[in-house]
Write a protein that binds this ligand. Structure first.
Ligand code: ADP
Length: 546
């Protein structure tokens, strides 16, 4: 082999912010704060203060590799920690505050976090858990002295005091790009949460993919609203992609209700917004209830939807009422998270809206860096014909190899592919479509029924607010689908009219055996439907056909 002669510069997270501070110093970071008002700063400010964070951590005795935890909403201080902590060689551990307190306690102790930074909203939570977080030796509340809470947290430190005492000159250290940068635990729908330990290299490579035109196309001309939280897979990598591209970032803080999100979009002239379907449902409900005209009031051009499947009806609403294109995307914590993005190909340019929406229902094509295959139960690869569906496996430089300090780590197959736990098909153009989570698929008479396809068919009914489908035991068929529906306020939808609506939209033998109506559906800490809980709730349910 002849070795190339190019410079060997490590891919480090600090270089992203240095670039932004040099070439996009005035690009804004707008944050809604826990204290109330909007806060405005720039990449240059974040750079200066991230250096103060690094100095403050050094003064507190933090060493390379130490885990530094956050319990925080999306905002500029959280962004400073993203860069200050990882930049100095420590590991940023973002904790999802919506997890059960026992899970948070488990995660902090498992990660052996040394310092915990938290927003004012989480003072009661930290107060309750402080004595059980055995490795944490410093608690820092992310506010200024005037807002310091009166509480029992031992040796409570104030973020602004901590930074104020530090100089803003700091030389980011140069180290190996495979060094750990941040840590995120999966919500652990089964068993204990598992830690995914990202590296500087994986984060920078992922960021390039996110910025690329056929990725999420993040650039300096975008104003990006991060509705997806910074405690959920690094807000899909946007704090890094933002700095790489110089995009203007808008952070909603704790206010994720429809009205707050709408007003932020309008007032800050947001062009691109990212989030899970649940938050968009709240936004659409707000628009409906107030009779708003988003097309006239907003500058929104694109909405990235991931985390759960983007229903066709939702993509259509964004298209017609907002004039915004829905970019459907798929990924997971173990994938940093970007796997596929649903952008169109040149040959789709003449498509009608109906045809286009059928493409947008799919989760999209792999971005460069992600290899995908679908296999049957025996691990044999299945064809990419849009029909065959099987276990979805992935491989790539920003995909987890093993979990952090876990013996039962992901078992990669012989070719080094990771099993996502999703079931999917891939069509001849490379568009992947999730049919189900492997554990949610409904097994009827030896055939598989996709719960997601049924949910999408049900949600298309104008009187349906939300829908879930689970498999219920059946003597003859093993399992049959049960449809659980939340009606929109004031709608009197019946079982018969629901089933009539779905007839013709899905294969006849897929039609749910029964429909029940509930006031609300259970959601996980990351906004996903909790099918396990639903299955428990309907454990003794007797289908009329059974
Ligand atoms: P959690 O911590 O809840 O596991 P993740 O974000 O890691 O959160 O969840 C990843 C899973 O979410 C995927 O394996 C897949 O099942 C589901 N998912 C993500 N995006 C989509 C999508 N666009 N459509 C359908 N399911 C999705």
């Amino acid at each position: 082999m002849l070795k190339g002669l190019m410079q060997d510069r490590p891919l480090l997270i600090s270089s992203l912010l240095e670039h932004a501070a040099s070439f996009h110093p005035d690009a804004e970071i707008v944050s809604r704060t826990s204290e109330g008002p909007l806060h405005r700063c720039t990449y240059a400010d974040i750079h200066r203060r991230a250096k103060q964070v690094a100095n403050a951590l050094t003064a507190l005795g933090v060493a390379a590799g130490d885990r530094i935890a956050t319990l925080a909403w999306n905002g500029y201080r959280h962004m400073e920690l993203y860069y200050g902590v990882s930049g100095m060689g420590a590991v940023l551990h973002t904790i999802n505050p919506r997890l059960f307190p026992e899970q948070i306690e488990y995660i902090v102790n498992h990660a052996e976090d040394r310092i915990l930074f938290f927003d004012l909203s989480f003072v009661p939570l930290v107060e309750a858990l402080a004595s059980k977080m055995t490795t944490v030796c410093g608690f820092v509340v992310m506010t200024e002295r005037a807002h310091l809470p009166d509480c029992s947290i031992p040796g409570l430190l104030c973020y602004e005091d901590l930074l104020g005492a530090q100089a803003s000159d700091y030389a980011w250290p140069r180290f190996d790009e495979t060094t750990a940068s941040s840590l995120c635990y999966t919500s652990g729908t089964t068993g204990n949460p598992k830690g995914v330990l990202y590296s500087h290299r994986s984060s920078v490579l992922h960021s390039w993919a996110a910025c690329s035109v056929d990725g999420l196309a993040i650039g300096a001309s975008e104003t990006v609203l991060l509705v997806v939280p910074m405690f959920h897979v690094n807000a899909w990598g946007m704090p890094y992609a933002g700095a790489m591209s110089g995009a203007r970032l808008v952070m909603p803080g704790p206010a994720l209700d429809g009205r707050s999100v709408y007003e932020l979009m309008r007032d800050e002239k947001v062009t691109l917004a990212l989030g899970v379907p649940t938050v968009w449902l709240m936004l659409l409900q707000h628009v409906d209830s107030k009779g708003l005209k988003p097309k006239d009031e907003l500058c929104l051009r694109r909405v990235v939807i991931g985390g759960s499947s983007a229903p066709r009806a939702m993509s259509e609403r964004f298209e017609t009422d907002f004039g915004a294109f829905v970019v459907h995307a798929w990924g997971m914590t173990e994938m940093s998270p970007l796997g596929t993005v649903c952008n169109l190909l040149p040959r789709h340019s003449g498509c009608t809206l109906e045809q286009r929406l059928s493409i947008q229902e799919k989760q999209g094509r792999a971005v460069y860096g992600v290899e995908m295959k679908i296999v049957d139960d025996e691990g044999v690869s299945l064809p990419h014909n849009g029909m065959a569906s099987g276990h979805l496996l992935v491989r790539g430089p920003w995909i987890a190899g093993v979990y952090f300090r876990d013996e039962g780590s992901p078992t990669l197959d012989a070719e080094g592919f990771f099993d996502t736990g999703d079931v999917a098909s891939i069509d001849a153009d490379g568009y992947m479509q999730i049919t189900d989570r492997a554990k949610d698929v409904i097994k009827s008479g030896g055939e598989w029924i996709s719960s997601i396809a049924l949910e999408n068919a049900a949600i298309a009914h104008p009187a349906v607010a939300e829908a879930a489908v689970i498999g219920v035991a059946h003597a003859k068929w093993q399992e049959r689908p049960l449809l659980i529906v939340v009606r929109k306020p004031g709608q009197d939808l019946t079982r018969a009219s629901m089933l009539a609506f779905m007839t013709g939209r899905v294969a006849t033998w897929w039609l749910p055996d029964d429909v029940v109506f509930v006031d609300e559906l259970p959601h996980s800490a990351t906004g996903k439907l909790q099918k396990m809980k639903l299955r428990k709730m309907f454990n003794d349910y007797r289908l009329p056909s059974a």
